[in-house]
Write a protein that binds this ligand. Structure first.
Ligand SMILES: [Zn+2]
Length: 265
């Protein structure tokens, strides 16, 4: 694993459906980490309502952020967000079983391959370059999806607790991600508390990850805390890129090979 300290900030759910919120969220993150120094998690067809290429103005902005240096990840395909579900049973699933968010939890291998390949093409057609990797909605992966992202050779994937190279299984970074919830008051308060604790507790960590969502903007308390956390973390951890984890890990491995050492993967 890399021993170079870095902050990996990311904006989830990048889709024309959230275009207006993203116009405020991108500058908020950029103010602390710098132009092009954060990742964007793009959804090819959010809820079947927002093809990533359907809004030409938005597609141009996404390509511009990518041109600035932002790493663009494929983030699910439809990203069925349970927050839109109504009714007691759906709410129960949404709040406790995450059934509505785990788009890549229950897929069979063939379907996962098809969605990943098609989704990757759609996002790459917009940005004009390869995606940086794949990150599943809600960081939830089923076994078949894990195999499929390795088969398709996505360079990087991450879940709540680690970043890894799918084809080799090599872990590139460890540590919990700092993220926020706005769906209920209780979740919001616990995410504010977690952010406060994590910005202190993760100070010794080599890699610190912080992910934000467009709906975080709906709560002023979250906006304030995100701004504070990014300010603190960007001082201790220079904003970096996921790709650097790969290159640091490759050079570390190379150095170890030269020293005739071996490392389990
Ligand atoms: Zn998402």
């Amino acid at each position: 694993m890399s021993d170079v300290r870095s902050l990996l900030a990311s904006i989830h759910d990048v889709t024309p459906v959230h275009a207006r919120r993203l116009e405020r969220l991108v500058p908020l993150v950029q103010e602390h980490v710098g132009v092009g120094r954060f990742a964007l998690l793009a959804v090819p067809d959010f809820h079947g309502e927002g093809g990533i290429e359907s809004d030409r103005g938005f597609a141009a902005r996404l390509r511009g952020w990518s041109d600035d240096g932002c790493e663009v990840f494929l983030h699910g395909y439809l990203h069925r967000d349970s927050a839109r579900h109504t009714g007691a049973l759906s709410r129960l699933k949404a709040n406790h079983l995450t059934a509505g968010e785990g788009e890549f939890l229950g897929l069979d291998h063939a379907t996962a391959l098809r969605l990943l390949a098609d989704g990757r093409n759609r996002v790459e057609d917009v940005i004009g370059r390869p995606v940086a990797g794949f990150i599943a909605p809600a960081w939830l992966y089923g076994k078949a999806a894990l195999q499929a992202i390795a088969d398709l050779d996505f360079p990087v994937a991450e879940d709540h607790f680690r970043v890894w190279h799918p084809a080799s299984g090599r872990v590139l970074a460890r540590g919990p991600v700092i993220t926020y919830a706005s769906r209920t008051q209780m979740r919001m308060l616990s995410s504010l508390l977690w952010s406060r604790i994590a910005t202190l507790a993760l100070q010794p960590a080599t890699t610190v990850r912080l992910g934000v969502h467009p709906h975080d903007l709906d709560a002023p308390e979250l906006v304030r805390e995100i701004s504070r956390a990014l300010g603190v973390l960007s001082q201790s951890h220079p904003p970096g890129q996921y790709a650097n984890l790969l290159s640091h890990s490759a050079s570390a491995k190379c150095g170890m090979r030269n020293a005739a050492a071996s490392e389990p993967v």
